[in-house]
Design a protein around this ligand. Structure first.
Ligand code: GDP
Length: 139
């Protein structure tokens, strides 16, 4: 059965461009409830740990550098079928391939600076949410 929570980050490009409000509005309009939220900036160590699964990929260094380049907004979102529905709302990894109306189509600038993160499974949603919020509070 699908979990009802997912994890998102509004990435440095979206924050820098002033899109926090517009993106949160789309998230709310799509029926997600914000359960936890924090604006923060990742250290190199944080970003390396968060993207550990991509360590062997050629873009890993670029990804870590980009994700530490400015503030981000991390949040846990709640809705029925949250992981799958949020992936639909954000669109394809590469904004050039993202469907019309999706957050990445509207706000992303490149395959790297693609505005938002969305967990790809219930298991990763739990791990990623705990990465930011697990140690400090029970949600
Ligand atoms: P996602 O689940 O849609 O975020 O995509 P992935 O898990 O495959 O990749 C994680 C993140 O790495 C993406 O959101 C992008 O920011 C970045 N990324 C993925 N593919 C590429 C690539 O080919 N080049 C670069 N520079 N970054 C990439």
């Amino acid at each position: 059965m699908a979990s009802n929570r997912t994890f998102t980050m509004l990435k440095p490009d979206a924050v820098e461009a002033g899109h926090i409000g517009a993106i949160l509005n789309k998230i709310n309009e799509a029926g997600f409830r914000i359960v936890a939220m924090e604006m923060t900036q990742l250290s190199t160590q944080d970003a390396q740990a968060f993207y550990e699964v991509h360590k062997e990929r050629p873009f890993y260094g670029e990804l870590v550098e980009y994700m530490t380049s400015g503030p981000i907004v991390a949040a846990i979102l709640e809705k029925d079928n949250a992981v799958e529905d949020f992936r639909k709302l954000i669109g394809a990894t590469n904004p050039a391939e993202a469907a019309e109306g999706t957050i990445r189509k509207l706000y992303a600038t490149s395959i790297s600076a693609n505005a938002v993160h969305g967990s790809d499974s219930d298991e990763n949603a739990a791990i990623e949410g705990a990465f930011y919020f697990g140690k400090r509070a029970q949600f």
